[in-house]
Design a protein around this ligand. Structure first.
Ligand SMILES: Cc1ncc(COP(=O)(O)O)c(C=O)c1O
Length: 395
């Protein structure tokens, strides 16, 4: 359990909660970094610039900021550091996987009906480029429904299953371990997009058993924008051919004499070139910050608020809750519509009239709230009163 005094300290360290400009219920879009995390990034950047950023010693030290971040992500995700490639976001990881597979005409790629463009656009891309057949299964409202819909779309031709761990539309947490086992039985590889999962609850990629797991730091982990990683499990490394390569991907060979690629023997082969390495100092600090609070504690607090929000929204006349009630599927995300209000109108009214910041879910004419561990019961109560007022206005 997280003590109220600890939450109060965290809220002082997060600019948007410290200033109380509005109630921030949108970690699912971007997490606000607490000051120690933000400062770790700024300090690393400042030190790098101050020392002359291209000075080889300094440059290598900046590059070295990737390693602690890799170790921190690997520890959180339950894999070996060599299985982690650092990226700028979750979409990068989906593309590394999807552009790296040896697609053949007639191969199938299976996804759900609630994907973010991070998955759906690369899914369309491989269909158009390689003549791959795209399949979609519906997320139901119970674990059994999800698994049976999923099973019905799997076939011996499924080469890859690519799905969110947590849906950005309704916040449903997919039974990814069971799905991975079914996919592997059918001979398919599995890539999970953990953009809405990482930092919300403990994630053990080895226990899930999937081949690839992509994530970002800039949502629930509260790391700086432009941070992320992708896990390429050791046994799946050679199933991918890096589509984007450069300095760092390859062993230092003399290409004029030895004209063959010699990729480094780890997921680092998917990294290359210069980056803003100071961002990774922020990612390392974010993993330490959240890790110290405890991922179980964070999950428990977020879930306590989201379950209450969901139950009380369902009692307001005119409100339709889009997030399934099954507690096995719940996360900190809750999505609802109000009769007579478009998603955009509702979002605008919540922000401008009640100072509550959520996010629209265009596909469902709805609004989504992200209940993060640093939110307060009073903030959820304010949201509930605001939604009830809006619902009454157009009843
Ligand atoms: C499920 C899901 N995947 C991917 C993304 C995109 O994340 P990124 O910008 O880090 O690629 C989001 C962002 O909202 C998301 O909700």
């Amino acid at each position: 359990m997280l003590e109220p005094s600890l939450i109060a300290r965290v809220r002082r360290e997060i600019p948007v909660t410290a200033s109380a400009t509005y109630v921030y219920l949108n970690v699912g879009t971007m997490g606000p970094s607490p000051s120690p995390v933000h400062q770790a990034f700024l300090d690393a950047y400042q030190a790098w610039q101050d020392a002359g950023p291209g000075n080889p010693e300094v440059y290598h030290a900046a590059h070295g900021l990737m390693e602690p971040a890799r170790q921190a992500l690997a520890a959180y995700l339950g894999v070996a550091p060599d299985e982690v490639a650092l990226t700028s976001n979750s979409t990068d990881g989906v593309n590394i996987v999807m552009a790296g597979l040896d697609w053949r005409k007639g191969d199938e790629v299976l996804t759900s009906d609630q994907e973010h463009p991070a998955v759906s656009v690369p899914w369309l891309n491989v269909q158009q480029r390689y003549g791959v057949v795209g399949r979609i299964f519906n997320l139901g409202s119970t674990v059994d429904e999800i698994l049976s819909n999923f099973r019905a779309q799997l076939s011996g031709r499924t080469k890859l299953v690519v799905v969110s761990h947590v849906s950005s539309q309704t916040g449903v947490r997919l039974p990814v371990a069971e799905m991975t086992a079914l996919a592997h039985q059918a001979g398919a590889l599995v890539c999970i997009d953990g953009a809405q999962a990482c930092g919300q609850f403990p994630v053990n990629v080895a226990a899930i058993g999937c081949d690839f797991y992509t994530m970002n730091g800039h949502k629930w982990l509260l790391a700086p924008g432009g941070t992320g990683g992708v896990v390429i499990r050791r046994q799946a490394l050679e199933r991918l051919v890096p589509a984007v390569v450069g300095a760092g991907s390859n062993e230092p060979v003399d290409y004029r004499a030895d004209r063959r690629l010699q990729f480094v023997p780890s997921a680092r082969r998917f990294e290359n070139a210069t980056r803003n390495w100071a961002l990774y100092a922020g990612l390392t600090a974010a993993c330490a910050y959240i890790g110290t609070l405890g991922f179980e504690n964070i999950e428990e607090r977020g879930l306590g608020m989201s379950r209450r929000l969901q139950a009380e929204l369902a009692r307001i006349p005119g409100v339709s809750v889009k997030t399934p009630a099954d507690p096995a599927l719940s996360t900190g995300l809750v999505t609802w519509g109000i009769s007579g209000w478009s998603g955009r109108e509702q979002y605008d009214a919540l922000l401008n009239r009640f100072k509550v910041c959520g996010r629209t879910v265009g596909e469902l004419e709805a609004v989504r709230a992200s209940c993060a561990f640093f939110n307060l019961e009073e903030e959820i109560e304010l949201l509930l009163r605001s939604v009830a007022t809006l619902a009454k206005e157009r009843a």
